[in-house]
Design a protein around this ligand. Structure first.
Ligand SMILES: NC(=O)c1ccc[n+]([C@@H]2O[C@H](COP(=O)([O-])OP(=O)(O)OC[C@H]3O[C@@H](n4cnc5c(N)ncnc54)[C@H](OP(=O)(O)O)[C@@H]3O)[C@@H](O)[C@H]2O)c1
Length: 211
């Protein structure tokens, strides 16, 4: 599969390495253009090329973003079109400045201009250092470190969950993009080192408490 990544920092470059290692063709991009990414792609090796954000979005069957939350208006909306768009961004007011989300989840807010895209929130609950090292293909999925997914399109979530399994993790679905509030910063499951089976038990218990 071709994967276009927007953002070449901690999360973007870690995913580029893992996904190219799983056999995918990856294009990675930042705001400053592909010339600034030559040493990074040389380091990441075959299977990763540098492009502009628009080119990476055109290239990807699936597009993944990991850019600062406040940059949501700089996404290449036309090139993303109706593709699967994975958003890893989190909103931290102290870091990102005051942004009024209203009743929206942070991912609903971040992707508000992508009216046709099949949006999936994923990779936002795991620190990049753990993403780089904790995938383990030798374990059964239930015993692997969890990565949460949310979104309104079941097939898109399924495809992203398959990518998660291919890099040695296990996916757990928290619901719609609105319900992805459950996997935002300061929630029960955010940035917790837990297995798929632990995560399912915690979410089940939480739902019982909420009635
Ligand atoms: N760090 C983590 O462990 C972690 C884990 C889960 C989720 N997240 C979330 O993922 C997002 C990114 O975090 P990060 O740690 O990867 O950040 P980072 O290391 O600062 O990387 C951000 C990347 O985005 C690029 N960028 C900035 N503005 C852009 C734009 N308008 N278009 C395209 N590229 C742009 C930056 O490059 P240029 O400035 O050169 O363009 C840089 O390559 C944040 O919302 C964060 O909360 C982070």
């Amino acid at each position: 599969m071709n994967i276009g990544i927007i953002g070449a920092g901690n999360i973007g470059k870690t995913l580029a390495k893992l996904l190219s290692g799983a056999g995918h063709q990856v294009a990675i991009s930042n705001s400053r253009g592909p010339a600034t990414l030559q040493s990074l792609v040389a380091e990441l090796g075959d299977g990763v090329q540098a492009m502009s954000t628009t080119e990476a979005a055109n290239f990807g069957d699936i597009i993944i973003e990991a850019i600062p939350f406040g940059s949501y208006q700089q996404l290449p909306v036309e090139a993303i079109g109706d593709k699967i768009f994975v958003t890893a961004s989190n909103y931290y007011p102290d870091r990102d400045g005051k942004i009024e989300l209203g009743s929206l989840s942070d991912s609903e807010f971040f992707t508000q201009n992508l009216t046709k895209a099949r949006v999936v929130k994923a990779f936002n609950t795991i620190w990049y250092g753990h993403l780089a090292t904790q995938g383990d293909l030798s374990k059964p999925v239930a015993e692997r470190r969890v990565i949460f997914v949310a979104g309104d399109d079941a097939d898109a979530k399924h495809q992203v969950s398959e990518l998660i399994e291919q890099i040695g993790f296990g996916a757990v679905d928290t619901g719609t993009l609105h319900q992805s509030k459950q996997q935002q910063p300061d929630t029960l499951i955010y940035n917790k080192d837990m297995t798929v089976s632990d995560a399912l038990a915690i979410l089940q218990k939480d739902r019982e408490v909420d009635g």
